[in-house]
Design a protein around this ligand. Structure first.
Ligand code: ADP
Ligand code: MG
Length: 691
């Protein structure tokens, strides 16, 4: 069998009736192959199995009638304008009635065949259907495809390919290719899960013989989609890439642990042990460290970095914002004072000269840890021997960025960290190729944070009292300016405006300042330093503060425009306060008449502190694409399956694939060969690369 047929990767214009013109339209809509087309899901179905003759109609019945357009025109009643189409079949006439819809005229060419459905009404001796579902039929073959069965209704493709044309094309594609589609799931699994065969599922997706079969075929297609997703994932995951084992003695790491100013939590100790074991193996560690805001991930990162360095390798440590990168840089310098490790920082704001010097040091292996932002992805940056990649706040980066940083080493170990705990289903898919390690505990000394909703109507009153209170205590506060779209420029503006308003109106006697992502680095440093020291009491900011920032004694967080922020952002922001205080407060500004969805989100945020629970809720409320941000949303393009709705199935399929690979790791037994045949060449190679 030709491999093109195997995966149905056949260009669409091989289908009769698809020429260069239609091919172009399809391509524009992302439909390249017969497979893409056969996987194009109908928007809905109409039951046209029984076609009634006009003489047999009865009032109030739901019916399908087929006939020819006899005449049409407008009719006025006292208060409405009606547009009437009269159709006829061999047994009589009936009317289609459209109220106040004069534009309908163009839709009904005289003498054309038409099929209509809807509820029958009676007007004197005439039967009528108001606003019927209707379709004008082309001449050829229509009774085979468009009527007498459950008929698929597709969305149009572009302006050019109408639902009915598409139905014809898909019908033709099935005629030509259905019998060439090979099976994709072994029979025993199909039996166990009550799946259709591949051919049946594709056929019934488009031209089902019953509603039950539509459901079964969609279930089968979901199953198949999840099945191959996990099959590939597991094969990829178990394939071990060689990496340098870090086995030399703990010269630096021991000193680091001995000098820590605090006792590690049990979670942290466990994480360190696990990472140390992983790094000692001759293949690449791929680890996701997740832990709620403030759970102490940075220490783990530094430990891992030192493990690489004491084994003679370099480390790249990437963070999503400049402020955060600098914070890590300082933390590391602080921890490493006595360790004699050379550390550099590379961000967009460094001068060309500085950059060149850093590139040079990194290339020569002088720099041992390079911390930075996206600037680390620049092509000119080359390492001498990169042994470990660390990515902080991984959810702010895309999958391709991760890959790009990794490609700077021969085959480095990597550790990605996130404070956005993700629900299990997402962890299984998006982070499916990583081992997940979770910090379950918080370091001692963290305070509780009380969350209060402030209605915008009371904004002035709130600020008056808030600043009055601040005047009388030593507390520090963050105030987050409203997010104005994904535009940095606008957000910067709203941050400065808010600062000026507050300063002039309420905060005359209080040291207040602002910070945003577009400031020069020196300015940002100075402000953060002053804020840490307490020379600045109130810091107005954009949501750049969302990630990572660690000033332990901030008591208040005020969030303007909270309604526009997602749960994870809100949670991250709240996690910035009361890190080393007994109690903190988070005030969120909302309007009184929030839409129900927003209200749900806001009340969830108010009542739930636990990051994991919040992320589960977030997934339910907003769907997976939004949670990880647009950078990754493309990843979730399951055509049939849905990560929220089909959670149970997803987990069952995952178990099935896992067991199958345990019993038959090379896919050689019985019908399992089918699976191998449906993998790409690369994937089949991975299959053999078990360590
Ligand atoms: P996150 O997990 O959000 O990145 P950080 O690593 O920034 O959290 O840690 C938050 C704060 O807690 C830092 O000031 C850090 O020094 C401190 N910290 C980390 N581990 C412990 C611990 N075991 N005991 C006390 N404080 C700790
Ligand atoms: Mg952090």
């Amino acid at each position: 069998m030709k491999s093109g047929i195997k995966n149905l990767e056949i260009p669409v214009d091989k289908i009769k009736g698809v020429g260069t013109k239609r091919k172009k339209v399809f391509l524009k809509a992302g439909i390249k192959t017969v497979k893409d087309l056969l996987y194009f899901k109908p928007r809905k179905y109409i039951d046209r199995r029984v076609i009634k003759k006009i003489k047999d109609l009865k009032e109030d019945e739901e019916v399908v009638v087929m006939g020819k357009i006899f005449t049409r025109g407008e009719r006025k009643t006292k208060d409405k304008k009606l547009f009437i189409v009269i159709i006829r079949d061999e047994t009589g006439f009936m009317e289609l009635v459209f109220v106040n819809a004069p534009y309908m005229k163009d839709y009904f060419p005289l003498d054309k065949e038409i099929i209509v459905s809807g509820k029958v009404k009676r007007f004197g001796s005439i039967y009528q259907i108001f606003h019927p579902e209707f379709e004008i039929l082309d001449r050829e073959n229509h009774d085979l495809i468009h009527a007498g069965k459950i008929v698929p209704i597709y969305s149009s493709i572009g302006k050019e390919i109408k639902p009915q044309t598409l139905r014809k094309i898909i019908h033709e594609a099935l005629k030509q290719f259905l019998n060439l589609i090979p099976e994709t799931i072994p029979e025993d699994i199909r039996k166990r899960f009550g799946l259709l065969s591949k051919r049946e599922s594709i056929k019934n997706l488009h031209f089902p013989s019953s509603y039950e079969l539509i459901e079964k075929s969609i279930y089968t297609l979901k199953f198949e989609e999840f099945f191959y997703f996990f099959l590939k994932l597991f094969i990829y995951k178990r394939r071990k890439t060689k990496a340098p084992p870090f086995i030399l003695p703990s010269t630096l790491t021991k000193k680091f642990l001995d000098n820590l100013p605090f006792e590690l939590t049990e979670s942290q100790k466990k994480a360190i042990k696990e990472i140390e074991i992983d790094l000692s193996k001759p293949y690449s560690m791929r680890k996701l460290l997740q832990g709620d805001v403030g759970s102490g991930k940075t220490v783990i990162a530094i430990y891992s970095a030192l493990r690489a360095i004491e084994n003679g390798y370099q480390v790249a440590f990437m963070a999503p914002t400049e402020i955060l990168a600098f914070q890590h840089y300082e933390t590391i310098l602080n921890f490493l004072k006595e360790l004699n490790v050379s550390c550099d920082i590379l961000t967009g704001s460094r001068t060309l000269k500085e950059k060149k010097e850093i590139y040079e040091r990194v290339r020569n292996g002088i720099t041992q840890i390079l911390i930075g932002t996206h600037a680390l992805l620049e092509e000119k940056l080359e390492f001498k021997n990169l042994g470990l990649v660390i990515i902080d706040e991984q959810h702010k980066f895309g999958v391709s960025q991760r890959a790009r940083l990794l490609s700077k080493g021969e085959s480095p170990h990597f550790l990605v960290m996130t404070a956005t705990p993700i629900p299990r289903t997402l962890a299984l898919t998006y982070y499916g190729d990583l081992d997940v390690l979770t910090l379950k505990e918080m370091p001692p000394g963290r305070g509780t944070v009380e969350t209060r909703v402030i209605y915008i109507e009371n904004r002035d009153e709130f600020y008056r009292r808030f600043f009055e209170a601040l005047n009388n205590e030593k507390a520090k506060a963050y105030i987050i300016a409203p997010l104005i779209e994904e535009s940095e420029k606008l957000n910067t503006k709203s941050c400065i405006e808010l600062y000026e308003e507050l300063k002039n109106k309420w905060a005359k006697d209080i040291s207040i300042s602002y910070i945003h992502g577009r400031m020069r680095k020196e300015e940002k440093d100075e402000i953060m330093l002053k804020f840490k020291r307490g020379d600045i009491k109130v810091l107005v900011s954009t949501t750049v503060l969302e990630v990572g920032i660690d000033v332990p004694d901030v008591k208040y967080m005020v969030i303007e425009g909270a309604e526009r922020l997602g749960l994870s952002t809100l949670h991250q922001l709240r996690g910035r306060v009361a890190r080393k205080l007994e109690k903190g407060y988070c005030f969120i500004f909302c309007s009184k008449d929030m839409p129900p969805e927003t209200l749900k989100r806001i009340s969830a945020f108010r009542n739930v502190q636990d990051g994991f629970k919040l992320s589960e809720l977030d997934l339910k409320l907003r769907g997976p694409g939004n949670i990880l941000g647009y950078a990754q949303s493309g990843f979730f393009s399951f055509k049939f399956g849905d990560l929220v709705e089909d959670k149970e199935l997803l987990i069952r399929v995952r178990e099935t694939v896992k067991n199958l690979l345990t019993v038959d790791p090379f896919l050689e037994k019985g019908e399992n060969v089918i699976l191998k045949e449906n993998l790409s060449l690369d994937e089949r190679l991975w299959l053999t690369e078990i360590a």
